[in-house]
Design a binder for this molecule. Sequence first.
Ligand SMILES: [Zn+2]
Length: 456
Amino acid sequence: MSRADQAVQEFLDTEETKLHSLKAFLQIPSVSADPEMKSRVVEAAEFLKSYFEELGMDKVEIFPTGLHPIVFAEKHASIPGAKTLLFYGHYDVQPTDPLGDWVTPPFEPSIRGEHLFARGSSDMKGQIMATIFALESVLKSGELPLNVKFILEGEEEVGSPSLEGFIQTHTDLLKCDMILNPDVGMINKDTPTVVNGLRGLSYFEVRIDGPKVDLHSGIFGGNVANPANVLASIIAQLHNPDGSVAIPGFYDRVRPLTEEDRKMIASNPTTDEEFLEVTGSPMLYGEQGYTMLERHGARPTLDVNGLYSGFIGEGAKTIIPAYAKAKISCRLVPDQEHAEIYELAEKYIRSIVPPTVRVSFIKHSGGPAYLADDAPGLPNLIEAYKATWNNDVVLKREGGSIPVATVMQKELGVKSILSGFGLPDDAIHSPNEHLHLPTWKKGIQAYIRFITSFGA
Ligand SMILES: [Zn+2]
């Protein structure tokens, strides 16, 4: 029996006990956003600490932060000179309202069919325990070929206010060669999925000021520029007729998609029809010359996220508004620089604003895109997935961002492998969140194969 098969067997023999432990973890209402649950969040951290201690980890520590604690654990490899794998996860969960929509109470884990229903079952207590159970089975069945570390935070669902500072001040503790972050899902239960790209962001606000107050549109209309009209005209000039962004220089640094990139992106089986159905829009729209999947994660965008001007109450009020504002964000791809994109946008908008109004800008958040085709350990994980699912692995570029991956790359110098076993219909953040148990169990077996693969 191979080293991996021995550990998988250990898991299969103890599956029931492990499911029991997961349920106990899910019973703790670690809702990070609710001040009344603060002690329960600590209780979840302590649950992890005692589980790690029973497992015989070499170091386990709860670090207090300004809000909810960070749990750290470490186990040394059986062999000297081994590589170090760091698991990231969050043990806090989303609030449960509307509570009345839950079939069974959110913190009373209940199995119906193939699913385990509870808040946090998929996002991401189930994923955390999958990594711990995989390590447990490897430990109990023989040698550990890797140093394994865990960093588990309790603030992800409230924007991780303490995490970046903690990573910056604990780079030695977190030193590693590989990072696995399972806080993402699979495209479906038969297709193991790795997110290998995330888009960056540049977010800003444009304000157009005209008259000093809202003016009577009968008396003044026709003699002063209307800031709402002007802003609408500016926004209309931000895109070309082919759907591309009209800001000069916007695409200068965009890394073109290679044939190989396009092939990889096209291997995602999601169809245009499926994607359209989620949106409820009458039809898809986007930059010409690219597929929906390419536009989804591999092409940059510019969108108005909010628009405000004049009278927006019930009925009619005849004014020339004093000002108009738009909130605008650009989703960025490698190698665009968010600060430079902001500057290009400001420069272009200033160049098209007429002298009849004044323009001002507020720069909000920004962050770079992230590409991790070359994350260390990824080939081992892909092999482990293939062996477990007997199916090809899809590498997927995601449209959003995962800030922790960017922070870890900056502070620890290691790119994260983003890959977990949640499914699109797990209802994370919604009532009746659930975990597909057969997929979860396969996931544990895949992690076991991943960890043991480093022994070869
Ligand atoms: Zn999550």
